[in-house]
Design a binder for this molecule. Structure first.
Ligand code: ADP
Ligand code: MG
Length: 709
């Protein structure tokens, strides 16, 4: 999007003032360079490096006019965050002076230290060379931090040896792979006229929690782990459903408005805001965009959410499960396929080939998910998301597709070899005269499904709130590309020139029928939370990969290696490295959690417990001495002593588990999941029991009640 129409009255005319797009570019580049850059952005054509110097100079002038002194190559290493190294525009002029300069070379390439980022052993500590490379398809932007402005240039990050070390590179490759295969389908249907490319679209619904800065600083677990490691339930959770879509608290709305304004300046079209299910939980959803841009924008959005919260005396928690026992946070990944002429390929059109073509894309998604449910599950596996998937709030770890009654009916007819049209929406009479009659969609929604068709797109709900969206989208694109490839092969063989329209349809339906029949076990329209579904999924042979130790190894299989290398999304070494990074990140995060828990148990909880223990013991002794039976108070003391002992024992066990972690990365993850986490749960249970006994004035940190109500 590079222009605004009619929104000045809403937010002012500053949309995208912090991005190098639209007028900011147009009035600074020569017509030839503009045309050339436009070709690259629009059709992914190779960049004409001859224009780089001109673009760089224009970008610098724009940035300097807007208060920047420095620029950076902005990239997404495998840390889960973004990275930037700032350089000023200052340069020697060769005549003993300095000038402000930014060359094409500086724009196109920079050289950060590759070995200081996770590389999964692709690079050793002494093998430092890596490159960042300009992504001209994602506009440069100005970040504001501490009031200071920096020009940020979105880039890909690769090792000197050529392997990708970032999130953007596999994503871009996966979009190319998908485009190539989708174009074959369009050619078969003759709908490729004027279409250069197919790309995916993405709209991420970001859920987050807000807590006060004061509370945050009093909780080491929030500071170091982004989530509470201990904390007894508050008496009230979200049983009453009174928070969801409730009236937004004033201070929160002020914060949201600031966030939206900043996003507006950054050309990120924020659309929806509301209270989420849990107390202090909220959601922000932007308008969807092309996936590469949407992913860059999502990373910026997370950063803006975090930074601006501080200015409002709050902290934004993006963790999947900041508080046990209440709703966690996800990042629903709304995904579709669109031609560069703007045709949404997942929008069921009403008649003829359009409809059949839509069914090809749906069947490719069904086949892709059935063949690679393990990989898609693994793409959202993280220490944080393990708390969410499978709990009774988020979709389960079993990946299935919800089609909705109407599409399911159409697909069932397809199995019988019949092409059936979508039924039109019906109307809903509210039974009172002044109210309008409502149009009713042909299908209901299903909130329990991890992957749901909703009218013109699929919503992948298993993605966690902290996720870097590029990765699950790269995996999703690749598995769908493979199935489009498979179907295109079949159709190219069976649909011959000179066939009548009817014969062609028949041939296509026959191929789709086979695909759907073979893979429909992955389709499920019922309640994904129910035990019956878990049993049924097992009967159908669908994988149920509970945690990271079960899911992540799926990237190490021959099937995975073949898939990613066949579509040139990732070579063997890259995939192996990525897997190592995922393993190590998981283990390191849990080590940090375990150490934080130990410290909190021993220096905060136990001292409070022991103080109370002596108070109670003294009271019992004094009561006894006065000749009165202390009665139930003895029980309080013995409960406290039991929990203290349990906590002490669990702390010792955590320590010895940390010391005895196996060497091998995969085994470490297994050990953490099977041994360390249950031990941490024991420690937590003891802490929470103690919290229920120790007086409020002795409790050394804000409780769930303090933080959430
Ligand atoms: P929900 O009812 O699922 O909570 P929201 O309005 O909160 O819906 O979010 C829907 C998201 O889906 C938005 O980010 C929206 O832009 C996105 N979306 C809509 N259409 C498409 C599409 N064709 N491709 C990708 N994302 C889309
Ligand atoms: Mg949604």
């Amino acid at each position: 999007m590079d222009h605004v129409r009619n929104v000045e009255r809403l937010f002012g005319d500053d949309y995208g003032i912090l991005t190098f797009t639209g007028e900011n570019v147009r009035r600074r580049l020569s017509p030839d360079s503009l045309r050339s850059l436009d070709q690259t952005i629009r059709y992914n054509e190779p960049l004409d490096e001859a224009i780089a110097d001109e673009v760089a100079a224009a970008m610098k002038d724009w940035a300097v006019e807007n208060g920047c002194t420095h620029y950076c190559h902005w990239f997404q290493p495998l840390t889960g965050a973004t990275a930037e190294k700032h350089d000023s525009f200052l340069n020697m002029d060769g005549e003993g002076g300095v000038i402000a300069e930014f060359s094409g070379e500086m724009l196109i390439r920079s050289e950060p230290d590759a070995s200081s980022f996770p590389t999964g052993s692709i690079r050793d500590t002494w093998e430092a060379r890596g490159y960042t490379a300009w992504d001209p398809t994602s506009p440069a932007f100005i970040s504001i931090n501490g009031g200071e402005r920096t020009l940020c240039i979105p880039t890909a990050f690769v090792s000197w040896t050529g392997e990708s070390l970032d999130q953007k590179t596999p994503l871009l490759r996966s979009i190319d792979a998908l485009s190539n295969q989708a174009m074959r389908i369009l050619r078969i249907f003759g709908t490729d006229k004027g279409v250069h490319r197919v790309q995916t679209t993405l709209g991420c619904e970001q859920e987050y929690f807000l807590v006060s800065e004061e509370d945050y600083h009093l909780r080491p677990d929030l500071r170091f782990c982004g989530r509470t490691l201990i904390g007894a339930d508050a008496p009230k959770g979200h049983q009453l459903d009174d928070h969801y879509f409730g009236s937004i608290p004033g201070p929160v709305q002020a914060y949201m408005a600031d966030v939206e304004e900043r996003l507006y300046y950054l050309g990120i079209p924020a659309k929806t805001r509301h209270n989420e299910v849990a107390p202090h939980q909220f959601e922000l959803a932007p308008l969807f965009e092309g996936t590469n841009l949407a992913c860059d924008h999502q990373m910026q959005t997370m950063s803006v959410l975090r930074k601006l919260a501080q200015q409002h005396g709050m902290v934004c928690l993006l963790h999947e499960k900041p508080f046990a026992g209440i709703n966690g946070s996800g990042k629903h990944n709304n995904w579709s396929l669109v031609t560069d002429t703007g045709h949404n390929l997942l929008n069921p059109s009403s008649t003829g080939h359009g409809h059949l073509q839509f069914l090809v894309f749906v069947c490719a998604v069904v086949r892709g998910l059935d063949r690679h449910a393990d990989l898609l599950r693994a793409s959202v596996a993280s220490a944080g998301n393990d708390h969410r998937l499978g709990a009774n709030e988020a979709p389960p770890a079993i990946l299935s597709i919800y089609m909705g009654a109407e599409l399911e009916r159409v697909l069932e007819r397809l199995e019988a070899g019949v092409v059936s049209e979508f039924e039109h929406s019906t109307t809903l009479d509210l039974g009172t005269t002044a109210m309008p009659t409502l149009e009713r969609h042909p299908g209901d929604r299903n909130r329990t499904s991890p992957f749901a068709f909703i009218g013109n797109r699929f919503e992948f709900r298993a993605v966690g709130s902290t996720a870097v969206p590029a990765w699950p989208n790269a995996v999703l694109n690749t598995i769908v590309a493979e199935s489009l490839d498979y179907i295109a092969d079949r159709l190219e063989a069976s649909v011959q020139d000179g066939m009548s329209t009817e014969e062609r349809s028949k041939a296509i339906v026959e191929e789709l029928r086979k695909v759907y029949t073979e893979h429909k076990r992955v389709v499920f329209n019922g309640d994904n939370y129910s035990q019956e579904w878990h049993d049924e999924a097992e009967r159908r042979g669908l994988p149920n990969l509970h945690g990271c130790a079960d899911a992540l190894p799926m990237f190490g299989t021959e099937k995975a290696r073949k898939l990613f290398s066949d579509y040139s999304v990732m070579g063997e070494a890259e995939l192996e490295a990525r897997l190592m990074v995922l393993y190590d990140t998981y283990t390191q995060m849990l080590e940090i959690e375990a150490r934080t828990l130990l410290r909190m148990g021993r220096t905060l909880v136990l001292p409070a417990a022991i103080r109370h223990q002596s108070e109670v013991a003294e009271a019992i002794a004094a009561t006894d001495a006065a000749g009165v039976d202390p009665g139930a108070v003895r029980g309080r003391l013995s409960d406290l002593m039991t929990s203290i002992t349990q906590l002490e024992c669990a702390c010792v066990d955590i320590e010895s588990t940390l010391e005895s972690l196996p060497e091998d990365s995969e085994k470490q993850v297994r050990h953490v999941q099977d041994v360390l986490i249950p031990t941490m749960s024991r420690a937590r249970a003891a802490c929470d029991a103690i919290e229920g006994i120790v007086p409020d004035d002795l409790w050394p940190m804000p409780t769930y009640m303090d933080m959430l109500f």
